[in-house]
Design a protein around this ligand. Structure first.
Ligand SMILES: Nc1ncnc2c1ncn2[C@@H]1O[C@H](COP(=O)(O)OP(=O)(O)OP(=O)(O)O)[C@@H](O)[C@H]1O
Length: 740
């Protein structure tokens, strides 16, 4: 507020004082008369009061903008060009699945209603028969009133009463009576015509065929029965009882937002009334629910609302599973898209997976991963991406990991490696089509996973070299294309590698560090090389999920998690801040998560759920397709990982040669190094897993061995070979040779 200069005697600033009084009155008026819905606000007053609220340090008014500048901008060409265009065809008509779903629903409903009423036809006929005398009575009474123009009776009586005091009213009565007589006369003539017509019709009916007589009688009874029906007892019973779902209106949204206890919203509503919340688009039906776009008051972000979904649902008086708020940070942080479903998502019937009956599938195409709250399919493309899946235990990670694997299984040219480091058997149904497979919570499985990652790293190097060799016109973008992946002999087929419960591997005391480093390299390199890594974890923290891995995943799916850290580890930095919060999912939200990376915005997605027998059935078809295509390899074909033939004959003797009698047990890594030194031509590219696999047929397994690392001089426990096992195996082999 400006302060008049009191000490200046005659120089008193009357203009400033007058402005103050105007401002003060305006402020009082606003306080005493808060705007109501539908009120219009005078821009000039609003501007003046807004400006008056902005005071500088000295208490003087700080007018930042003129009244004109604060007025709503006019519609300009530039604004039109930038405006968001509403779809011409509504989304439910563009989505085939949604359209077919709606059509099927409408047809089903119509069929049900028809069947319901057909069964009750005798009851309806009886009702009509009973009601027809009353209907006949109503018709007679009605006709009698019409014939004698009885509607005008009260008026004529009123005029007779009035004529007692005012003689001029007698003239009016006279005019009305004449009119009435005329009307009754022509109505009488019509009645004579009608009676004659009726007599002729009855005569014709008497000589007509019985079928026609009964039909006419039924029609007359039907019409009279309908006319005779009491207003509170409709003829038809109710075929479908609908639970009334209240439509979403701006008032309801406003009420819900105002009870959330968000200070910014409450202050704005107190100040500006309903205008504090703006609706940039009309609230409309969207799928099986309502969609409202809301611009929250300045300073309030969509995530402030999303954070407390339960309170929002309470404000809307709807079940929690119906209320799905989302942010639109691409528009601005305060834009909230609120979708309120008719039915709780947790109790609604899950949609069947569209690929349930497929025999093959081309992995180059996007596949249906789940449905959004509106029931529309959510698609994922697997090529050139890696997938990271996370949640607390028991919310559908394995089920979500299984889906892309089943899809990959349906492409006979895609190779699959699958590892389940918790050994719960979630991926067992797809074992039959995996080139590599291991499941268990033991060190063996963890080691098999590490070995696979080493192999995968090598595979990436090999593929990179192949791509480098290819001419530019065959491989212009230096990456595997769908066409290259199909070419036999190039070795560039899609390779899908799933690591479920990967926290067990990454936090393994012996293999974890190396596995993490390898996974990071593969996730960075493999994308263009046709290698797709799918990683699922129930412990998304820095120790169990290397940041290099979490930061480089292209597609992310986060089911229920408990905190911001886990949320952002899976969905990416700032996801929580931007309102993408998998913490909002509740105990009932199985299979429900945020999917990031497959579309521009994060999508709330409920995965399609395939139970064990369903997966078995699909995998049986996939297995047959692979058999026909000749692509059943590795574990699926009953083969152990390959070892060069040259090593097989002399392997046991060579291993014994590099383990002196003084060393009872030696680390496998040390044996590999010594073998390479012994015969580089045979063992130069031998890996630890290959050696472990090559010794397995002799019944030799690796175990924990204490030793000293020659590089660091530190003692450690690692996988190693017992010399005694080698000597036993050689003795057994020699015995068999002698016997054979
Ligand atoms: N899309 C879905 N729809 C309905 N139910 C689902 C869905 N996905 C998973 N579930 C249910 O959730 C249960 C747990 O799923 P799953 O085993 O995949 O979870 P998880 O997160 O891998 O668990 P854990 O970490 O304990 O292994 C399943 O048995 C199934 O009943």
């Amino acid at each position: 507020m400006t302060t008049p200069n009191h000490g200046a005697g005659d120089n008193f600033d009357w203009a400033a004082a007058e402005a103050d009084v105007v401002d003060l009155n305006a402020a009082r008026h606003r306080r005493d008369n808060p705007p109501r819905p539908g009120d219009t606000v005078d821009d000039t007053t609003a501007t003046a009061t807004t400006a008056a609220d902005d005071t500088d340090d000295d208490g003087g008014t700080l007018l930042v903008d003129s009244a004109a500048a604060q007025r709503r901008p006019r519609l300009t060409l530039a604004a039109l060009r930038d405006a968001e265009r509403r779809p011409i065809i509504p989304p439910w008509l563009r989505s085939r699945a949604e359209f077919v779903g709606n059509l099927a629903y409408a047809t089903g409903l119509a069929g049900h209603s028809l069947g319901y009423h057909l069964v009750r036809l005798p009851k309806y006929a009886a009702k009509l028969l009973v009601r027809s005398p009353r209907g006949f009575g109503r018709v007679c009474v009605g006709y009698h009133r019409w014939l004698w123009d009885m509607e005008g009776d009260p008026v004529r009586h009123a005029i007779v009463r009035a004529a007692i005091d005012r003689p001029d009213e007698a003239k009016m009565y006279d005019r009305l009576s004449t009119k009435r007589d005329r009307r009754v006369r022509w109505r009488g003539l019509v009645t004579i015509g009608l009676a004659a017509g009726l007599l002729v019709a009855v005569g014709a009916l008497l000589v007509a065929a019985p079928r026609i007589q009964w039909s006419v009688l039924a029609a007359v009874v039907g019409v009279l029965g309908v006319i005779g029906s009491p207003a509170d007892k409709p003829l038809l019973d109710t075929a479908v009882v609908t639970a009334p779902v209240p439509p979403l209106t701006s008032d309801i949204v406003l009420r819900a937002l105002s009870v959330m206890g968000i200070a910014g919203i409450n202050q704005a509503i107190r100040r500006d009334g309903p205008k504090a919340i703006a609706f940039p688009a009309p609230i409309a039906r969207d799928g099986k629910g309502w969609r409202a776009e809301v611009d929250l008051p300045p300073g309030v972000t969509a995530s402030d609302v999303i954070e407390d979904r339960a309170r929002l649902a309470s404000g809307l008086s709807r079940p929690l599973g119906c209320v799905w708020p989302e942010g639109r940070p691409d528009v601005h942080p305060g834009r909230l898209v609120l979708w309120v479903g008719d039915q709780d998502m947790a109790t609604s019937k899950p949609a069947p997976w569209p690929l349930l009956k497929a025999t093959t599938f081309n992995l180059g195409k996007a596949f249906p991963f789940g449905t959004d709250p509106r029931g529309r399919p959510v698609m994922i493309e697997l090529l050139y991406t890696n997938v990271l899946i996370g949640s607390i235990p028991g919310y559908g990670k394995t089920a979500a990991t299984q889906l892309p694997l089943v899809v990959a299984a349906l492409d006979p040219y895609a190779e699959i490696w699958a590892f389940d480091f918790k050994g719960t058997g979630g991926l067992d149904p797809i074992e039959r089509v995996c080139a590599r497979y291991a499941s268990g919570q033991d060190d063996e499985t963890a080691e098999a996973g590490l070995i696979a990652l080493r192999e995968l790293r090598k595979e990436c190097a090999k593929r990179a070299a192949t791509i480098k060799r290819l001419p530019k016109h065959v491989c212009p973008d230096n990456k595997v294309t769908a066409e290259l992946a199909r070419r036999k002999g190039l070795g560039l087929h899609w390779l899908v590698v799933a690591l479920d419960e990967v926290q067990e591997l990454f936090s393994h005391p012996e293999f974890g560090k190396e596995a993490g480093e390898l996974a990071e390299k593969i996730i960075k390199l493999g994308r263009a090389l046709g290698v797709i890594l799918i990683i699922a974890t129930q412990r998304p923290d820095a120790k169990s999920l290397p940041t290099g891995v979490s930061a480089n995943a292209g597609t992310r799916f986060c089911l229920r998690v408990m905190g911001q850290l886990e949320n952002d580890m899976i969905l990416g930095t700032s996801a929580y801040k931007n309102g993408v919060r998998a913490t909002m999912f509740t105990k009932r939200d199985l299979g429900l998560g945020y999917l990031v990376g497959s579309a521009d915005d994060a999508q709330i997605t409920k995965t399609y759920y395939l139970n064990g027998p369903t997966v078995e059935a699909i995998i049986t078809r996939a297995h047959a397709a692979r058999e026909a295509a000749g692509t059943l390899i590795g574990h699926a074909a009953g083969q152990a990982p390959e070892t060069p033939a040259v090593r097989r004959d002399t392997l046991l003797d060579d291993v014994l040669a590099v383990i002196p009698a003084a060393d009872a047990k030696v680390w496998t890594d040390t044996v590999v190094d010594r073998l390479t030194e012994l015969r580089p031509e045979a063992y130069a590219d031998l890996t630890r897993d290959q050696l472990t696999a090559a010794l397995k047929p002799y019944g030799i397994t690796t175990g924990q061995v204490w030793g000293t690392d020659p590089a660091t001089g530190k003692g450690a426990n690692r996988r190693g070979i017992d010399r005694q096992h080698i000597t036993d195996a050689i003795a057994e082999r020699d015995r068999q040779r002698r016997a054979g």
